[in-house]
Write a protein of this length. Sequence first.
Length: 171
Amino acid sequence: MIHLRRVCFVIGIFVALVPAIYGQTPQATAPEISLSVSGEVERPLKLTAVDLGKLPRRSVRAKDHGGNGSEYEGSPLVEVLKLAGVKFGEGLRGKNLALYLVAEASAGYRAVYALPELDPAYTDKVVMLVDKRDGKALDAKEGPLRLVAPDEKMRARWVGQVTGMVIKRAQ
């Protein structure tokens, strides 16, 4: 009986130490990516990582809230909204200029963007929906998805843990 306990103890230690010996650490499962796009859109959507992976990707360099420069990777937010049928370019005129986006985070944080702020026909600035920072997936505090507006000084509309986008009309 004592030998069996020792064997189990040794096996337990071995199992715990092998990953550390070989430089491997247990991987936390990545949070599942899910993003809804709803409101005044042609096609309400529930997007996954696979859906977002099909969009054009690019990188932007920006300073975070602490003033540290980082490379963020993802897709321009306008590309996500186009999937839902949101009109940009020539379609963003007249009554459509009263449309705005409410970005929603899992913790209840929200931020607003007017659609012309996102439209390349109106501005050279870009708002990105990112899933990577400095080549790595965003950590749980920031992600799995985050809005990044590289040209904004306050970064208050850099919504982390984004779960939804709602298009609304100003009254």
